[in-house]
Design a binder for this molecule. Structure first.
Ligand code: ZN
Ligand code: ZN
Length: 258
């Protein structure tokens, strides 16, 4: 399985900037997990192959350019963009984003080939398919309804915490999986800002360390993501100081493979 954290921005030479402001993981050039930068960072080839989008929660950094992505492709889509989310999250997207006020209600619109966007609700704890991937979602602990994900292509298995503070079901789900090749876990704020991390339901490096004690798998790669750009250097230092085996900071624009 190939995974890329899509860049949030590019420098003057077109190189991906390290700072992560938006969240969008591209899997095998076909499926995206969240869609923060989907409308600005895909290559032309990727724009033709990504038709499945899993939305973990409706926060702006996770959906910012999703409406732009659908808009750009409106005339050429031969199949709909499928938005996989819980019914609750779909309801929030319809109420707050695709509401004919912020942006068109694309799920009700068609081009000459048919529908341009379609909601595909999934149930908590029940495996579903997104393109070639098998996915299971459970609630995590964030200030809006949010899911963490376990994703498998039949060979490799990876997990995404999404945005969360201390959580339980996510670890139970992962511990039940036969194998785990990589874990993508958030580390938003430095340790000194723990009160804000707790209020906004995010993790600090120290909280991340405590969360990892709930994990029974060994030897997988652990990639820290969702580091607030303003505190990036401090958070990276604090993550290094944890001295956890195979814990690294995920680089935007780099293709990882498991
Ligand atoms: Zn969030
Ligand atoms: Zn976020």
């Amino acid at each position: 399985m190939q995974i890329e954290l899509l860049p949030s921005s590019f420098d003057a030479d077109g190189r991906a900037s390290a700072a992560q402001r938006l969240t969008c993981f591209l899997i095998d050039n076909r499926v995206s997990v969240d869609a923060g930068s989907i409308g600005i960072a895909l290559s032309e080839d990727q724009r033709r192959t990504v038709r499945d989008v899993i939305v973990t929660h409706p926060h702006m950094d996770h959906i910012a350019s999703l409406p732009i992505f659908v808009d750009d492709l409106f005339g050429e889509l031969k199949e709909p963009i499928r938005i996989h989310a819980t019914s609750q999250i779909i309801g929030l997207l319809e109420r707050d984003v695709f509401n004919d006020s912020v942006y068109p209600r694309f799920a009700a619109l068609s081009n000459v080939h048919g529908r341009v966007m379609e909601y595909v609700p999934f149930e908590i704890g029940k495996q579903f398919k997104a393109a070639h991937l098998s996915v299971t979602a459970v609630p995590v602990n964030h200030i809006v309804p949010t899911v963490g994900l376990l994703v498998s292509d039949g060979d490799s298995t990876i997990a995404f915490s999404s945005d969360t503070a201390e959580t339980e079901e996510f670890w139970t789900m992962i511990n039940r999986a036969q194998r785990l090749d990589a874990l993508f876990i958030e580390a938003s704020f430095p340790n000194s800002m723990r009160p804000l991390a707790e209020a906004s339901k995010h993790l600090t490096p120290a909280m991340l360390r405590d969360e990892l004690t709930k994990l029974n798998h060994n030897g997988m790669d652990i990639l820290a993501v969702h580091i607030k750009p303003a505190y990036r250097d401090t958070v990276i230092n604090e993550l290094k100081n944890l001295a956890i085996d195979k814990l690294t900071v995920m680089e935007a624009g780099r293709v990882y493979e498991w």
